[in-house]
Design a protein around this ligand. Sequence first.
Ligand code: NDP
Length: 249
Amino acid sequence: MKSDKNKIAIVTGGGSGIGLAIAEKFVQNKITVIIIGRDQVKLETAKNKLGELCIPVAFDLDNLSSVPELINDLIKKHKKIDILVNNAGINLKKEFTEVTDEEFQRIMHTNVTAMFALSREVVKCMIKNGSGSIINISSMASQYGIPKVIAYSASKAAIEGMTRAMAVELSPKGIRVNCIAPGFIATEMSAKALNNDKERKDKVMSRTPMGALGMPADIGDAAVFLASAASAYITGVVLPVDGGNSVGF
Ligand code: NDP
């Protein structure tokens, strides 16, 4: 990676799964990574694994009114934020007619509104520096229809739309905004959706040409690329990292 020394990144949901793998790849590339999550134990375990370049911050992103203070504090401590990975997300697998308004709102709140509020505050700092890279995480749920994940699908489609809107508005200010659409990746979240649902798992595998679930590190590698100078002329794209699942027959 060229000219990526002394970079500071925020990875939301960096204490587990895909976020942890992204944080690990960043640390391997000498990027200081602030990982944000609600579960202090998960964060401390991640810190012990990743070492001194990893800074755990326990914070519930649903708490929108405290987001400006969080970012101000982080900027006071670290001076700048070069990279933001909006990875934190929640899912709900339930029949369409069973989903309550509150459940729908809860998914949208964490996956979309909190992602917006955090990005807005980070972007204020990136604009001052005249540079930045933002990476949003969507899903196959925004590439094609998946049953029983209505709120999640709405939230991930919103993230792809926001990626394009942010890219056109912020790229002239030096901030690149891209999105990774992971296929089915072996984490706790996908285990909940696929284990005990053989039909769904078979369907996933039958349309994944590479014939296996992805690993969190596969998303980590893509994030390193989109965060680095190696992708300096790339903005507004949605990059599937999915073993071919989104084009699978
Ligand atoms: P995990 O459940 O392991 O990770 C989700 C992370 O988000 C956790 O670390 C959690 O931390 C954090 N998080 C959730 N809500 C909040 C909140 N309110 N405030 C702060 N942190 C929060 O799942 P994955 O690693 O699988 O998922 C990561 C992202 O990748 C998600 O956006 C997901 O939609 C997306 N994705 C995953 C796929 C897969 O196959 N696994 C496929 C496509 C997309 P804590 O519990 O500490 O709060």
